[in-house]
Every structure is written in structure tokens, then in C-alpha cells.
Design a protein around this ligand. Structure first.
Ligand code: NIG
Ligand code: FE
Length: 405
């Protein structure tokens, strides 16, 4: 059966470095030929191979086409919200003060444990739909608000079910080492042992794609993170880390020594951390929403990362405590205004580099052989993706070769 479709009459930002000089990989009067769920050919319409006989043709009306957006760091599954904590912080309390007083992550853990799986699925689906409306085709979701074996399993299976229920690819990360649950008070090493046991179990249930942890004064120590990472390595699972968000713990270098896919946040990253990430090929995931919402002033060392050639991704870090936003395009904009990324870097950060942060090489660029995930925008040039905010220029999303909307 002929399953080919020609998506024609578009300007295409392929992000293929081999096309043009400026990194956007622009093709004017372009077309994409898909075969089922993958891209068979991309080029100028006039150059369509003579033998191509698409079963279907879709006129994109001169829209701009880019790869599907990838949100590579979210905590999408949780109960409740933390608006009261936001008010406390506006009145002077710090994120750490609130966490040490038993609020913060722990309050979301209580609300998540109290919620039914159906309620968690419903609220997470609404959030996922908000991200998808702006062109997100791949979404990473972390656990980390259950913090018991069963509650973590529920959150991860909600994430898996989202990927089945919605036209969306979901990747899961097990973040058991996110915070110490109250029943382990004063016994953080015991908790880490428990996390490592649960990991094997949850992995056996097919619920984990990667393992994440929170290395911080109010999180876990580098020695504890090492135990978690060793357990992950023994199971063949890749790791990533919430590193150097509030202080420099040397977490990035530790994660790099385990060939981490990514280190995320990085406001307090040292020169040694940058070098270690570079050597390991670890992606730097920048989270300007959390930086903004916590009113941080110390920025990640962007210039050092750039000079070192460390790939930079950009993500929402959607969570109820530090980044309750649901716009990846706004994050691209903030990555430019707050962190001084170029618009090209910001767009690479929500496409090709975000894919790398998830260990995925089959998406993020519009190149033959990649998955047929792409977005048609009501825009002239892709740098506008990092320019407009509070406006959704998404016209159509093609997911796995099928038009979603
Ligand atoms: O990525 N830093 C740790 N984890 C989340 C925040 C979680 C929360 O406050 O609920 C983050 O910012
Ligand atoms: Fe996070």
C-alpha cells in the first residue's frame, strides 16, 4: 500500500547544518515527502524525485515548517498547586526556607498521594494538551511527587497512559530522589536504598526510560546521587540530573562521569562542570521559567557552555513549585532575554538539542530518515518562534506522519 504524503508549498527550517550557512537550514518553496511515520525526502518542490508518486498531497499554504517541538524536562503529573507558596515567596520567604519547613515539594507529594490516578491523568492530560497546542510532539515527564514505590508507579503509569491516549510521544524519567518523604525523616540513606530497589521494580514494569535526581542542599548529596546512578547503570538506564540549581554541589561533573544525557538548571555550574559535560557529551538543559519564577539573579554560564560546544536545550520544567508555565515558546523567548541565547540556539534548544537531552537521534531536524513530526506555523522566519510571546502561531501539527490538527 502506498502510504506516502507530500506536504507542499512551505518554507522549511530543517535545522540541518548542511543546508545553507546560518544554521536554520532554510528551504524556500519546499516540500516534505513522508512515508508512514517517517520522512522520506525533504527539498525544493521542483526537485521532487521523478519516481515519487505520493498517495496524497497536502497544500500548506506557504506556512513555515519546523521540526516538532520537544519539551525535555517536565514534572507534569501532580496533584494540587502551590499558589499560596508563591505568595509567601513574594513576601520574602525563600524556596529553601519553605522546603525546610516541610512545604515545597513535600506539599505537592501530599496532594499527589491524595489524588486518584484518574484525577492525576485528567489534570496531566489538560496540561499536555496546552503544550501540544503550541507544537509539542515529544514530552518528557518525571515522577518525583509520589516518593513511595506505589505512588511513583502510579505517576509513571499516568505518564505512559498519556502517551497512549494523546497523539504525543512521552518519555518518562524516574525521579524518586527528588525529596525526602516524611516517613523517611532523618533516614535519607535508607530512602536512597529504597529508591534503588523501587527503580528495579519500576523498570521491570516498563515504566522508566531514564533516571533523574535532585542534587542540592535541600535535595540529595553527591554521594547519594552516585548510589542512584550506580543502580541505574546496573539496569542499563541512562541518567540525568537536576544540578547546580541553587548552589554548586559538583553534581554536573558527577553526572558527566556517568555519561549523563543531560544536566538541568545549572545556574551555579563551575568551569570544571562545563569541562566535564563537554567531555561526556552531556546536554545542558536551561530552564528559564524556574529562574524567572524564583526571581533568581545568577544565570547559567552560557558563554562558557557555548565556547565549550556543549549543546544547550531549553525546557518548561513545568511543575507547581518553581515553574507553573505551559508555554515552550515563552521559554524560548526567555532563554533569549534572560540567558542571552540567540534565537537559533533557542529554537535548537526546543528541537534538536532537546531530543539529544532525551537520548533521541531520530527527531529534532527535518531530514530524510527522521520521524515525521513537524509543525506548520503562521510565521515568515523561524527566529520569530523566539520573538513573539503570548501568541500561538501554530497552524497544524503532524505527528508520526498524521495531521493532528
Ligand atoms: O526542577 N528543583 C527541583 N525540582 C523542581 C521543582 C520541584 C518543586 O518545587 O515542586 C525543579 O525546579
Ligand atoms: Fe525540574
Amino acid at each position: 500500500m502506498n502510504t506516502t504524503t507530500l506536504w507542499r508549498n512551505a518554507r522549511i527550517a530543517t535545522l540541518d547544518p548542511d543546508i545553507g550557512q546560518d544554521g536554520w537550514g532554510l528551504i524556500e518553496h519546499g516540500a516534505v515527502l513522508t512515508n508512514g511515520a517517517s520522512i522520506a525526502w525533504v527539498g525544493q518542490e521542483a526537485d521532487l524525485p521523478a519516481g515519487a508518486a505520493p498517495a496524497r498531497t497536502v497544500d500548506l499554504g506557504r506556512a513555515l515548517l519546523t521540526p516538532g517541538l520537544i519539551d525535555c524536562h517536565t514534572h507534569l503529573v501532580y496533584g494540587g498547586h502551590r499558589a499560596a507558596e508563591f505568595e509567601m515567596r513574594l513576601q520574602g520567604a525563600s524556596y529553601e526556607d519553605i522546603a525546610r519547613a516541610g512545604g515545597g515539594i513535600r506539599s505537592t507529594v501530599a496532594a499527589t498521594r491524595a489524588a486518584s490516578e484518574g484525577a492525576l491523568l485528567y489534570s496531566a492530560a489538560r496540561r499536555a494538551e496546552a503544550l501540544m497546542a503550541e507544537g509539542v510532539t515529544t514530552l518528557e515527564i518525571k515522577s518525583g511527587y509520589g516518593l513511595s514505590r506505589d505512588a511513583e508507579a502510579s505517576c509513571l503509569s499516568v505518564a505512559r497512559r498519556l502517551g497512549q491516549a494523546l497523539p504525543l510521544e512521552v518519555r518518562t524519567s524516574f525521579l524518586g530522589a527528588h525529596a525526602l518523604p516524611p516517613e523517611f525523616e532523618g533516614r535519607s540513606d535508607d530512602y536512597i536504598d529504597a529508591v534503588c530497589r523501587w527503580m528495579a521494580d519500576l523498570h521491570a514494569q516498563g515504566l522508566i526510560d531514564a533516571v533523574d535526581a535532585f542534587c542540592e542542599n535541600i535535595g540529595f548529596t553527591p554521594a547519594q546521587i552516585r548510589c542512584v546512578f550506580e543502580a541505574a547503570r546496573a539496569l542499563g538506564l541512562p541518567v540525568k540530573l537536576h544540578a547546580e540549581q541553587l548552589s554548586d554541589q559538583g553534581g554536573a561533573a558527577l553526572a558527566a562521569s556517568f555519561n549523563a544525557l543531560s544536566c538541568d538548571h545549572l545556574e551555579h555550574l563551575s568551569a570544571d562542570g562545563v569541562a566535564a559535560m563537554r567531555a561526556a557529551g552531556t546536554v545542558a538543559v536551561l530552564l528559564p521559567g524556574a529562574y524567572y519564577f524564583l526571581r533568581e539573579t545568577k544565570r547559567p554560564p552560557i558563554e562558557a557552555l557555548r565556547q565549550a560546544g556543549v549543546p544547550m536545550a531549553v525546557s518548561t520544567d513545568h511543575n507547581p513549585g518553581t515553574s507553573p508555565g505551559l508555554s515552550l515558546l515563552l521559554m524560548a523567548n526567555m532563554a533569549c532575554t534572560f540567558f542571552r541565547l540567540t534565537p537559533l540556539e533557542a529554537v535548537q534548544g526546543i528541537t534538536v538539542h532537546a531530543a539529544r537531552a532525551l537520548g533521541l537521534r531520530d527527531r529534532g531536524q527535518l531530514i530524510a530518515g527522521q520521524r515525521a513530526d513537524f509543525v506548520a506555523w503562521d510565521l515568515q522566519h523561524p527566529h520569530e518562534l523566539a520573538y513573539w510571546f503570548g501568541r500561538n502561531p501554530c497552524l497544524h501539527v503532524i505527528q508520526n506522519g498524521v495531521q493532528r490538527s
